[in-house]
Structures are given as structure tokens and as C-alpha cells.
Design a protein around this ligand. Sequence first.
Ligand SMILES: C[S@@+](CC[C@H](N)C(=O)[O-])C[C@H]1O[C@@H](n2cnc3c(N)ncnc32)[C@H](O)[C@@H]1O
Length: 304
Amino acid sequence: MTTSTTSTTKTGDVAAHYDGSAPTYHEQYDEQRVTESAEYPANLFRLRMVAGLLKEAGATSAYELGAGEATPIIRLHEDLGLRIAASDLSPEMVRLGRENLVRHGLDPELLVELDIQDTEAVAAEQSRRGTFDAVLALGVIPHVEDDDHFVEAMSGFCRPGGTLLLQFRNSMFSMFTFNRPTREFILDELLVDVPPGFRDVVADDLDQRLAVHLPPRRTWEKDAPAYDDILARFHNPFELADVVRRHGFTDIRFHWYNYHPTYPMLASRFDPAEYRQAQMALEGDASWRGMFLCSAGVIQATRA
Ligand SMILES: C[S@@+](CC[C@H](N)C(=O)[O-])C[C@H]1O[C@@H](n2cnc3c(N)ncnc32)[C@H](O)[C@@H]1O
């Protein structure tokens, strides 16, 4: 009982956060503002990457879970000619997304309100829409508690042989940040099975070495919970790949974005334009380095 009340509240907070960000959400996909927007436009690089992967896979249709106000899925439709459909938890995202679809000459019913954690509603949406060449969830799994349930829900929209693209916040990035998340990763994940006495000594040592007061909690002016106040989990790429594999997917590949040319606490030592150029120059690097230099990644997999 307590768990379900807590989950409902958390889901409500997530919806309220995205209701609050919905009116300006499209701005991050403005190609003209890529060098001067206040926030680094990481999601624009993600969208470019996803478009490239779908093109390479030869996808002709795609379903997006947690599609926001539909700017990315509309762009994929326009650039790649995909048949699309989508859903999202936030009523305001869905309202604005439907207006967005109409502005682009598309049927507003292509986007519906849906909580991916609601098994019955997901099953009804799956039987209404059928399966697609690709299923996407970008920026969504951080906000849910049950990864298995999430991937199972994605799987139901994907035809056999189709492509899954699943974005996650990368917990390995903490190995390059030298701050509080580094401490948490080492103590709670890496050393999880060592004797408590060893962990205690490491904990004391890390408190001396790391900037454990960082990162600061992000706040915003809006009358809604800020991103750092809602459930927004990081995932270990290897563990998430295991979840994806468990649900019948093969050919698993990682792709990385939101590169950092220094650890974030050093960024203020550089000219912002120079720093952004250095970040952007790294986007698209397909080497192993992304697993440590990137705060986010995308798992690509094929449904068996
Ligand atoms: C970071 S935004 C990403 C939006 C879009 N996918 C994009 O790439 O721009 C995350 C979206 O996931 C949605 N979301 C969060 N939890 C959800 C859930 N349980 N079911 C469906 N959508 C959810 C939010 O409402 C929000 O619009």
C-alpha cells in the first residue's frame, strides 16, 4: 500500500515537472541555437544520432514512448518518411504535441496520453497501434522504477527483427566526475560485496579526495518540481543491456552523447563558447571513451 502511494506520488511529480517544461521544450531542438542556447543542446545531438541509426536500420515506421511534445518524432517523420505514433504521461506535453502534429499536417490522434507503467493501458495501445519497425524511449527510463516492465512494454510495439532504441543516464560517467556521484558509485555499486570495514575506509578516503559537495541541486523558477526533485535514475549500461537481452533482444550496441571535454566542475574555467565547441567536437565519437565522457547513452538492439 505504502509503495503504491509513493509510486503514484512520484509519477505525479514527473508529470508535473514535464507539464512545467512543456511550453519551452521544443527550443532545445532549434538547430539555429545550437551554439548559443543557455543549456547544452544534448537532446539535439541525441535526435541526430537516433535519425542516423533508424536510417541505417532501414526503418519505415516508429513508435515513441514518452514522446514529449512530439518535436523529435515529427522530425523523424519529416526527415525519414517514417509512419509514426507516440504517447506520453504529461497532459500538457500531449496537448502541445497534438497542436504540433496539426501544425505539421498530421493527425493529432497519433499522440495519446499514456503512463508506460500502466500495464492495461499499454496493452490497449499496443493492440490499437500494432507493431513498428522501431520503438524508441528517449529520456523516459530514468523516471520509472521497474526496468523489466519498461522494456517489456517497449517490446510489445516492436516487430520481430525490429529495432529498439533506449536512452539512459549513464552511471559510468561518475568515474570521470570526481564528485558525490563518484562516491556513491564506488561505495554502492563497485564495492557492494566487499566487507563493510573496507568500504568505511574507502568512504573516509573518498571524502578527502572528491568534491562531494558537487554537483549542486538544480532548481528552477517554475511552479512545478525541478528535475533534481523527481525520480531521475542513472543506469549502469551493462546491467541495462542485460535487461534488454532478457526480453528477447539481440545485437546490443551502445551509442554515447552529451560529451564532456573536462569533468564538469572545471567547465567554468573556460570561455563558454570555447567549451561548447570542444563538447560538440566530441559528439559522434564512436569509441569506448563515450562510456566515461558521456552523461547519457542509447542502447540499440534487435528484437529476435
Ligand atoms: C526528457 S523528456 C523526453 C521527451 C522526448 N522523448 C524527447 O526526446 O524530447 C521525457 C518524457 O517522458 C515522459 N514520461 C515520464 N514518465 C513517463 C511514463 N511513466 N510514461 C510515459 N511517459 C513518461 C515525460 O512526460 C516526458 O515528456
